[in-house]
Design a protein around this ligand. Structure first.
Ligand SMILES: [Zn+2]
Length: 316
């Protein structure tokens, strides 16, 4: 039996029929509508359109925010406030006739990577997505860690530097405040003003430097851009070393836009893990780029869809 995975983002909604083999059929995309009623009706429309004539056992929404799993609703979504507080399960079941579940987007992407990406060979996986923010997911013994309320696995908001930059969550020095694309851009602007003769410094005079500029200039050998990525990788590694000690994962998958910097960031992260994590966990863990890219959201949501009896439609 197939399931429908829906990836609800701040700018677009993607929905597709996911097969037990991890193929996406009939994917549809809508812009994310503003306003509560238009948002829920466009999500329902995406589900109905994607379902078409396919046999489907359930639907799961991947949403950008803190999910209360007992109530199947989002309580805090900084990039999509319109979705907060909507009884998503009831609304969607009424409009589509399918059993609906709701999951945090990073947890869903982690599950997608676990089922169909680089995690398919392991039982213990940490997933991090480094983009505008930092999302995380933890799979231990083949089970997605949700915690008591469904709000677990928020690896991006672990404190790495007590007096560090302010984070979007209000805390200081979270992993997100030091290793997201936003953090890279902020640090790059500081380094550019310290080193105006570097390629990074010259780029900053032309326009506002973004995370992808830093990767491009680092690939071209600019020492200032390389320094920013090396520093970012070091902060990332400090975070990962803690996760290695707590969860003893076989693999850590790094996704999101920042992961395109590849070893320019990951080499420094691996070095920190070797220096800081304890044996034997640090010797076992493989730190690699995630393999599914943007499809992990729809795939992971599809794989987390449950049927009427509460079992995963695609199996576990
Ligand atoms: Zn934070």
């Amino acid at each position: 039996m197939n399931a429908i995975g829906v990836d609800v983002g701040g700018t677009k909604i993607g929905a597709g029929v996911v097969t037990p083999e991890g193929e996406i059929l009939n994917e549809v995309r809508y812009p994310t509508a503003a306003g509560r009623e238009r948002l829920i009706s466009s999500i329902a429309q995406a589900v109905v359109e994607s379902r078409d004539e396919y046999e489907v056992g359930g639907v799961c929404l991947s949403v950008p925010g803190t999910v209360l799993s007992a109530e199947n609703k989002v309580i805090d979504a900084p990039n999509l406030h319109a979705i907060e507080g909507i009884p998503l399960k009831d609304e969607l079941e009424e409009r589509t006739g399918l059993t609906a579940t709701v999951e945090n987007d990073a947890n869903a992407a982690a599950w997608g990577e676990f089922r169909f990406g680089m995690g398919s060979e392991v039982d213990h996986l940490i997933f991090l997505t480094l983009g505008t923010g930092v999302g995380g997911g933890v799979i231990s013994h083949g089970i997605l860690l949700r915690g008591a309320q469904g709000a677990g696995g928020e690896l991006g908001h672990v404190t790495i530097q007590a007096t560090g930059p302010r984070c979007a969550c209000g805390n200081h020095g979270c992993l997100e405040a030091l290793a997201s694309g936003t953090a890279i851009a902020r640090r790059a602007r500081e380094v550019a003003s310290e080193k105006p003769d570097s390629a990074l410094g010259r780029r900053a005079v032309e326009r506002k430097v973004l995370g992808e500029d830093v990767t491009e200039l680092a690939r071209g050998g600019d020492a200032a851009a390389l320094e920013v990525l090396e520093e970012t990788g070091t902060w990332l590694g400090i975070g990962l070393a803690g996760f290695v000690n707590v969860f003893n994962p076989e693999a850590i998958a790094i996704g999101g836009g920042v992961a395109r910097a590849g070893n320019l960031i990951l080499d420094a992260a691996r070095r920190e893990v070797r220096l800081r994590a304890t044996s034997p966990g640090r010797d076992l863990v493989k730190i690699k780029g995630a393999t599914l890219g943007a499809e992990s959201g729809v795939l992971g949501a599809g794989a987390l869809a449950r049927d009427e009896s509460g079992e995963y439609v695609l199996g576990s």
